[in-house]
Design a protein around this ligand. Structure first.
Ligand SMILES: [Zn+2]
Length: 423
């Protein structure tokens, strides 16, 4: 087996770090991934082949347009952009040509809306690979995740003779806001997977720690509710107006009054309300941005159904037209014991690593949607954490991680693939 080259992983990561792109605008990033993966001789699918347009969440037209324009400015070929057809993300397929399982691996590719810090001791500055896009930064380590995915792809190609089965490497757009996994899952690309593996770098573990079974993934659904009424002069003929501001306010207060769930943790937040044009105009438009969460899928579904019903009820009672849009979603996850044991065996081969059996994740991550989809089709899934010392927490301007853990991550994936695919 060939060795894994840390300097190559670092080069990929740093190059990707320079060009961060926010969810659904990752055209430059996707083009670079496709070019790199095809250069290795892999088949790569993109655009509508890996994203089901009907289930796309939280994709803003102006963000997409800006990403496209920037990609053209940067010299990304029109042929690649045509292939993407407005949809970012891609999937590389490694086929050994021999019988064996199909394994799906997932890496997220988007950045965060954070301005990278300017301090001279921030390694991306001293190493000359800081973000070239104002207000955008790979501050969650997804640049590292992509580099890990490329490293695994390279290893697969170099070791194809000793392997059986297939590997699907998913490069998922728009993880932030938990938007990109559902449409990828709904494209059906993981439905034939026997195994699913996903990971995050850093987060809840430091260098040397591998969390085999993170728990407490919160289920969540994010909504925008838009109420459309009718404007009118507030003094002369208010009776012909339909007050969308009143509708939005009523919806917000009703939603905040949803009873807590007796079977486990539930959450609701109405985070944004926008309405009104002028003091003497009956407001014709009102919008609320809402999220619900639940300890498991049934509790989250309970919360989601409540807010949907309230939005509809308010629209009915105030005679408003309602537009509901799901902006993001994630589910909970239970790792399969078979894969926890498998990863534990791989970690045990590395004396420098410590396996942490369980630790609370306490947030939402939409890899869970892909993982659960595989489980529902009879496959097995795991999501784990590769610890990495951080300069600052995720989503902060000073964020940076221990790059040596890129190599650790590839070694762990490769160790698992060897056990699953070498017969
Ligand atoms: Zn992340």
């Amino acid at each position: 087996m060939s060795t894994i080259d840390l300097s190559q992983l670092v080069t990929w990561r740093r190059e990707l770090h320079r060009f961060p792109e926010i969810g659904w605008s990752e055209f430059t990033t996707t083009a670079r991934l496709i070019t790199e993966l095809r250069g290795m001789g892999l088949e790569v699918l993109a655009g509508p082949n890996v994203i089901n347009r009907e289930f796309v969440r939280g994709r803003k037209a102006d963000v997409v347009e800006r990403g496209l324009a920037l990609a053209q400015e940067r010299g990304i070929s029109q042929a690649l952009l045509d292939e993407m057809d407005g949809l970012t993300g891609c999937m590389a397929v490694f086929d050994s040509g021999k019988p064996g399982p199909t394994v799906a691996l997932r890496f997220d590719i988007d950045c965060v809306a954070v301005q990278e810090c300017a301090a001279g001791d921030h390694i991306p500055n001293s190493g000359d690979f800081a973000s070239k896009s104002a207000g955008l930064m790979h501050a969650c380590g997804h640049d590292g995740h992509m580099s890990i995915g490329l490293g695994i792809a390279k290893w697969l190609v170099e070791n194809s003779r000793s392997l059986g089965g297939k590997v699907k490497l998913l490069f998922q757009p728009a993880e932030e806001g938990v938007r990109g996994a559902r449409p990828m899952a709904e494209s059906g690309i993981v439905d034939d997977a026997d195994y699913f593996l996903g990971m995050h770098i850093g987060f809840i573990a430091k260098t040397g720690e591998i969390v085999l079974n993170p728990n407490n993934f919160l289920c969540t659904t994010k909504y925008d509710f838009r109420f459309y009424g009718a404007p009118a002069h507030a003094g002369a003929e208010p009776h012909i107006g339909r007050n969308a501001l009143a509708g939005a306010c009523h919806a917000a207060t009703q939603m905040l009054g949803i009873s807590r769930h007796g079977k486990g943790m539930s959450r609701i937040n109405v985070g944004v309300i926008r309405a009104g044009e002028g003091r003497n105009v009956v407001p014709a438009y009102g919008e609320i941005q809402v999220e619900v969460r639940g300890e498991d899928e049934s509790i989250n579904t309970f919360m989601a159904e409540q807010v949907e019903r309230m939005a509809k009820g308010v629209a009915q009672s105030f005679d408003l037209r309602l537009e509901s849009e799901v902006m993001g979603e994630a589910v909970d996850l239970r790792n399969d014991p078979e894969l926890i044991d498998l990863l534990a065996d791989v970690v045990a081969q590395h004396p420098e690593l410590t396996a942490v059996a369980q630790r609370s994740f306490g947030g939402s991550e939409d890899a869970t949607i892909l993982a659960k989809r595989v489980q529902r089709h009879g496959g097995k899934s795991i999501y784990f954490i590769v610890g990495a010392d951080l300069k600052a927490g995720h989503h902060q301007a000073e964020f940076d991680f221990d790059e040596k853990q890129l190599k650790t991550s590839v070694e762990l994936f490769v160790g698992c693939l060897q056990k699953l695919m070498v017969k």
